[in-house]
Design a protein around this ligand. Structure first.
Ligand SMILES: NC(=O)C1=CN([C@@H]2O[C@H](COP(=O)(O)OP(=O)(O)OC[C@H]3O[C@@H](n4cnc5c(N)ncnc54)[C@H](OP(=O)(O)O)[C@@H]3O)[C@@H](O)[C@H]2O)C=CC1
Ligand SMILES: O=C(CO)COP(=O)(O)O
Length: 384
């Protein structure tokens, strides 16, 4: 039986244990210093405090001081911590990288280096490992629409395993396949690593529309749809500009994850609070007090910086990203900037240049077409 160590007794780390156990893995769940309360709850036979889902049977739990024991003999390390914790965890795991065959990563976010450079997660891990004198084994970036509670309760769930080595992605997708949990393997690592955090940013915007609706009593589904379409457009643009594939953006890890997070993700609920008029600082504090991580909060300014650093020419085509960044920073009236960002600014200058004139020349009202026909014949004759 292959052994896997799940790093982080987070909502997602705990949820991942379910399909792993159901596919015969020997699962160790290691909790960070932040996860003591979760492990206490499991020890008392109670469900996860945030998801309210029970831990799968036969999962062995380990406390933060028991890292060595948790990892011993593992083929895979599955890292499931919040993005702010990823650099520290990577550093801590570096001595173990040469003992395992692969690292899985469910974290969704970006990392900022001490020099202010924004990195995709696998890039950051590889840099940190190198600085520690370690080499990362193949990393599988896990994306797609997965609400942890539903996965933990064995509800149907489709996810994406991305690895530069497609063989590894296929191998592990098969090794964790159940009737309710299926992973789609791909080698579009850039696509997954860009889309997974970006959908959190845009899910905040979707949440805002619902918060506005709640606060005003006026239905906002037209605005929500416009935000959704613009979000997908911007996600596709950044995905492609960063080397990802368009089909990834319109698949599970792009539109699929945007949909689920915009309907029932924590980022959406954070956005709803903004839409109802709460200051972002208070909204995040409330979410945190309830035990909910909102990855979109640290991710949004980093996403903007990532674009500025890597694909600056794209910035003017990303009004929604800029609007969410200003809103998360508490700088603007969120509804106004959202409306301006989501309702099309068309016709754009180039469209006006391309089409102006041709339309009005061709059409005349029926009934008055005789003089128009004569003038057309005359024009044709004149051209010859
Ligand atoms: N790939 C996928 O399919 C999915 C991925 N995710 C992603 O997985 C990651 C974890 O999410 P989720 O399981 O829901 O998170 P949780 O909120 O359940 O857990 C996050 C954990 O990270 C801890 N943490 C916070 N700061 C640090 C730090 N500096 N160092 C170490 N740990 C820290 C939190 O502690 P504390 O409680 O004290 O804040 C908490 O224990 C996120 O990036 C999320 O976006 C989520 C769902 C699906
Ligand atoms: O990543 C997720 C769904 O795929 C979870 O989204 P939230 O972090 O917004 O809950």
């Amino acid at each position: 039986m292959a052994k896997i160590a799940v790093i982080g007794a987070s909502a997602m780390g705990s949820a991942l244990c379910r399909p792993l156990i159901d596919t015969g893995w020997d699962v160790s769940l290691w909790g960070t210093e932040f996860d003591d309360a979760v492990l206490d709850t499991y020890a008392a036979g109670k469900p996860h405090p945030a998801t309210k889902a029970p831990l799968a049977p036969h999962v062995k739990t380990f406390r933060s001081r028991q890292l060595e024991a948790a990892i011993r003999g593992s083929e895979v390390l599955a890292i499931c911590v919040a993005s702010v914790g990823l650099p520290a965890i990577t550093k801590r795991l570096a001595p173990y990288f040469d003992r395992v065959r692969a690292v899985w990563l469910t974290t969704k976010g970006f990392v900022e280096t001490s020099e202010g450079q924004i990195l995709l997660l696998a890039e950051a891990m590889s840099k940190i490992a190198a600085a520690e004198g370690a080499t990362l084994p193949p990393v599988l970036s896990i994306g797609g629409p997965v609400i942890a509670r539903q996965c933990a309760l064995s509800e149907p769930t489709a996810t994406v395993f991305a690895c530069d080595d497609l063989g590894a992605a296929v191998h592990y997708a098969r090794a964790v396949r159940t009737d309710y949990y299926r992973a789609f393997p791909t080698d579009d690592v850039a696509g997954i690593e860009v889309l997974a955090p970006l959908k959190n940013v845009y899910a905040i915007a979707l949440g805002v529309t619902e918060g506005v609706q709640e606060a005003t009593g006026a239905p906002q589904s037209n605005l929500r749809a416009a935000v959704f379409a613009q979000a997908l457009r911007e996600m596709s643009l950044v995905c492609e500009a960063m080397g990802g594939r368009k089909e990834t953006a319109i698949g599970l890890a792009g539109v699929g994850d945007l949909e689920v997070t915009g309907v029932s993700g924590r980022n959406k609920f954070f956005g709803m609070r903004l839409g109802r008029g709460e200051h972002p600082r208070d909204a995040e504090a409330q979410m945190r007090a309830a035990g909910h991580t909102v990855e979109g909060v640290p991710t949004t300014p980093l996403a903007l910086k990532l674009v500025e650093q890597r694909v600056p020419d794209l910035l003017e085509q990303l009004p929604l990203l800029q609007a969410v960044a200003a809103a998360v920073a508490g700088e603007v009236d969120i509804r106004t900037v959202l409306v301006n960002a989501a309702l099309p600014a068309y016709p754009a200058e180039e469209q006006i240049k391309a089409y102006a004139g041709t339309w009005s020349r061709e059409w005349k009202p029926t009934g008055s077409h005789l003089p128009w026909r004569i003038s057309r014949i005359f024009r044709r004759f004149h051209r010859k």
